[in-house]
Design a protein around this ligand. Structure first.
Ligand SMILES: [Zn+2]
Ligand SMILES: [Zn+2]
Length: 64
């Protein structure tokens, strides 16, 4: 269990909008920042549904 957590940098996706961990069976979307393309934005289904804004950690781009 611990070994699995330590390998790689992306193991559990975290919603960029609400900061919540995406549970394995939950649907979510991931895409590159539309502005800088260097950050992967992840949004859980709820944030997508409610249109919550996300903010790019790299360039500060905010968008739905
Ligand atoms: Zn979310
Ligand atoms: Zn960006």
């Amino acid at each position: 269990m611990e070994a699995a957590l330590r390998t790689g940098e992306v193991k559990v996706p975290i919603c960029t909008s609400c900061g919540r961990t995406i549970i394995p069976m939950e649907r979510y979307v991931r895409f590159s920042c539309p502005n800088c393309g260097q950050i992967t934005i992840i949004r859980c289904e709820k944030c997508r549904k409610f249109g919550r804004p996300y903010k790019c950690a790299k360039c500060g781009f905010v968008g739905p």
